[in-house]
Ligand binder design. Structure first.
Ligand SMILES: [Zn+2]
Length: 398
């Protein structure tokens, strides 16, 4: 299942004497040689994130002689990063991660260019940023950015090397929609918010970053120089406890929303909304005011028996409400909460219960409702998808 791809980068004109000395162990590998090293010199690689995966990735890409390394990172170094983010040191705590990473890279290899992008990657800046590079290395730890990176790369027809880590498990692949599947082919939908804990919540074995980051760098070098079989259409699954690397074949999904023939995503979308990422205000509002679908079912049964009353609001969009809803729910889309017009439609004499698809939008609306003085308002964790999954299982799912 060899996928032979052309090198991503043309060779630079020549190597200096200093470069020949520095890269001699590459130059004597026949597959790399002078031409491969010149390609690396000409290469522009952008690493999204200078954290767990970005640390080893940037350090080895720098040592390998990748001529221009970009870093997208706006965070600062925290003490809890040092357990795995080895590009930063104890004296960097409190410093900009981008600057700290640049200093380490310059110490490893002063012959290369480092470009810092100290911004939060979003739909407004990603296309311009990515277009200036040959290859993207994705070292992000959240779903909104992963889908953003994927969609931008598909739209720009660029390859990228993806990696992910959690506790003792890691995964890596190369996504290039021209030659194989994309991230959405593998994971069409993000998990419901709160379902998959982040490394901050669930922990990660520090050295796992090196295991997966080194696969990412290996694949980057292969793509840039055009050697070997790239990890296109294959997912590497690493289990540190079993000490196994397993390969899973992945195929292009003919129904993929962005790289399929009938793609519905033709431009960048709102990735926070897509992934149900919630703001700090929403998280605060939801704290202690989130009920389960089982709680809601119990409340509905009690209302049926006349033992209590409440006002159930579906904060999704009308087309979603049409697909599936909960009996008796009133539709007031989230936008009407954000612009304040929803408040006049809410009764003062009974508790407000909000729900959406998975719980992100209802938490945002809850923050508005509570802010307006409806202190006993609550929302349904997991939203209607959890409702259909657990309570009314014969209802449709979308
Ligand atoms: Zn796809």
């Amino acid at each position: 299942m060899t996928v032979q791809l052309p090198p991503l980068v043309e060779p630079a004109a020549d190597l200096s004497i200093e470069e020949v000395r520095r890269y001699s162990r590459h130059l004597i590998i026949p597959d790399v040689g002078m031409s491969g090293q010149k390609r690396l010199k000409n290469a522009r690689v952008l690493c999204v994130g200078a954290g767990g995966l970005g640390s080893p990735a940037l350090m080895y890409l720098a040592a390998a002689g990748v001529g221009t390394l970009g870093i997208v990172e706006f965070d600062v170094v925290d003490e809890s990063n040092l357990q795995r983010q080895i590009i930063h040191g104890a004296s960097d705590v409190g410093r900009s991660k981008a600057e700290s990473a640049r200093d380490t890279i310059k110490e490893i290899n002063p012959l290369i260019e480092v470009v810092l992008h100290e911004v939060r990657l979003d739909s407004s800046n990603v296309m311009e940023l990515f277009a200036a590079y040959d290859l993207i290395v994705d070292g992000t730890d959240n779903f909104a950015t992963r889908y953003l990176v994927n969609d931008a790369c598909v739209l720009l027809n660029m390859p990228y090397v993806w990696g992910s880590i959690y506790r003792f498990d890691g995964q890596a692949s190369v996504f290039w929609s021209e030659y194989g599947p994309c991230y959405r082919c593998l994971y069409p939908e993000p998990p419901p918010p709160g379902m998959v804990p982040s490394c901050a919540e669930g922990g990660v074995l520090g050295v796992l970053c090196a295991s997966i980051g080194s696969i990412q760098v290996t694949e980057a070098i292969k793509l840039l120089t055009g050697i070997g079989d790239p990890l296109v259409g294959r997912l590497m699954v690493y289990d540190a406890l079993e000490m196994t690397y397993r390969q899973v074949k992945i195929r292009k999904d003919p129904n993929c929303a962005i790289c399929g023939p009938n793609a519905t995503v033709t431009e960048l979308i709102d990735y926070d909304a897509f992934c149900g990422t919630i703001s700090e205000a929403a998280a605060d509002a939801a704290m202690g005011s989130t009920i389960s679908v089982f709680d809601l079912k119990k409340m509905m049964d009690e209302r049926e028996r006349g033992e209590r009353d409440f006002f159930l609001v579906d904060v999704r969009e009308p087309h979603e409400h049409e697909i599936v809803s909960i009996d008796g729910a009133v539709l007031i889309p989230k936008g009407e909460f954000l612009d304040g017009s929803a408040l006049a439609q809410l009764p003062q004499d009974k508790p407000i219960v909000l729900f959406c698809k998975v719980g992100g939008r209802s938490a945002e609306a809850l923050a508005v409702v509570k802010g307006a003085g409806f202190n006993d308002a609550i929302h349904v964790g997991g939203g209607i998808l959890a409702w259909v999954d657990k309570i009314e299982t014969d209802k449709p799912w979308y």
